[in-house]
Design a protein. Structure first.
Length: 95
């Protein structure tokens, strides 16, 4: 194996290791975010914004069924003013 090829292999291995570390970091961060929302909901189950933000989080992480459930809980715990805020200021469709 040539010296250049060895160098390329080493760089590839370092890049793969960096990517693995970044994936682990993101997984830990996502787990922490989810646990914060769930803890907020555990402490104050009627807090619509926690349910709503958890719905956003689940949608962003491609967990769509959980996202829908969280949105439904947000609606259930919302009064008219809160719903208007969620629809208007969060750019949700009003139809």
């Amino acid at each position: 194996m040539t010296q250049e090829r060895q160098k390329n292999n080493q760089e590839t291995q370092e890049t793969e290791k960096d990517l693995e570390e970044q994936q682990e970091h993101f997984a830990e961060t996502y787990n922490r975010i989810e646990s914060y929302y769930l803890e907020a909901i555990r402490i104050f189950p009627e807090y619509a914004f926690a349910h709503f933000n958890l719905g956003i989080f689940y949608g962003d992480t491609f967990r769509y069924q959980e996202s829908i459930k969280a949105y439904k809980r947000a609606i259930y715990h919302s009064d008219e003013t809160t719903l208007q805020y969620l629809i208007k200021d969060r750019h949700l469709p009003s139809n």
